[in-house]
Design a protein around this ligand. Structure first.
Ligand SMILES: C[S@@+](CC[C@H](N)C(=O)[O-])C[C@H]1O[C@@H](n2cnc3c(N)ncnc32)[C@H](O)[C@@H]1O
Length: 250
């Protein structure tokens, strides 16, 4: 009996800690966002959103290029046009729902909304989610922004989409045992007709020790073993040499 009471107390204590942490995190984000907005307001230039983006990234470059107008001169790490072209040319679906996991700045949701898809941008990072929402409004788009980790999104439910994009994101989950097993749980919840997957290249992990370091082929086998997908094909290579695979149900 005492053991049960101790276990229940521990669960309640952990739940309280999680709530306090969530509230604290929310306040921290609001403060950071307001400071950024204020600094951008006093910076020279007309485009408030562009100024906020430049301040947020500082000396770094945004990961993705921008799909919206007015940001053509902002440098970025990855030109995403080539990946968009590869995926578009290999899509079986012509319309339906599309989930972009780790949407970053929402480039692919902008592009696939233009193609007639009902898109969801799922992004764990709150500041990136804020920017996705702002860039979406500036471009007059209507896709949904979900500021959440893929592991917490509709927890314990099936995730039903026509098309899913997992571009340069799943390899982050090879870093720890916990994330690796969360990825397996997520894959088992996924019910999609097509999945486009871009893995990392093993050499990119350098000398760092991760829980797993799959080659693209091993990563593909791992997805087949843990998901609803039965078929996989290589559909192209992006600019940095990362391969893109298409998974389908049959
Ligand atoms: C390397 S970037 C790739 C961005 C985009 N998919 C692309 O290929 O252009 C990885 C993105 O995934 C996001 N991310 C990482 N872990 C995540 C998680 N558990 N749930 C949702 N997004 C996540 C990061 O914040 C980041 O924006």
């Amino acid at each position: 009996m005492t053991m049960v009471v101790i276990a229940v107390k521990k669960i309640i204590f952990d739940m309280h800690l999680a709530i306090i942490w969530k509230v604290f995190d929310g306040i921290k984000f609001e403060i950071e966002k307001n400071i950024l907005q204020l600094r951008a307001y006093f910076m020279s230039g007309e485009n408030q959103l562009k100024k906020e983006l430049l301040l947020f990234y500082g000396k770094d470059r945004p990961y993705q290029s921008f799909a919206g107008r007015g940001f053509e001169d902002v440098p970025f790490l990855r030109n995403s046009d080539d990946r968009f072209k590869i995926i578009k040319e290999n899509l079986t679906a012509r319309k339906g729902t599309l989930l972009d996991i780790g949407a970053n700045l929402g480039y692919f949701c902008h592009k696939f909304e233009d193609e007639g898809f009902d898109c969801c941008a799922l992004e764990e990072n709150r500041m990136l989610s804020y920017f996705i929402e702002k860039l979406k409004k500036a471009a007059n788009k209507s896709f949904k922004v979900i500021p959440q980790s893929i592991f917490n999104y509709k927890k314990n439910e099936k995730l039903v989409f026509d098309v899913v994009l997992a571009l340069s994101v799943f390899h982050h989950f090879l870093k720890s045992k916990e994330a690796y097993f969360n990825l397996i749980i997520f894959l088992k919840r996924l019910e999609a007709k097509e999945l486009f997957f871009e893995p990392h290249l093993p050499r990119e992990f350098g000398g760092k020790i991760f829980y797993k370091n799959y080659t693209p082929e091993q990563f593909v086998d791992f997805i087949i073993q843990n998901s609803c997908f039965k078929k996989v094909e290589f559909v192209g290579k992006s600019e940095g040499g990362r391969p893109i695979f298409k998974f389908s149900e049959k």
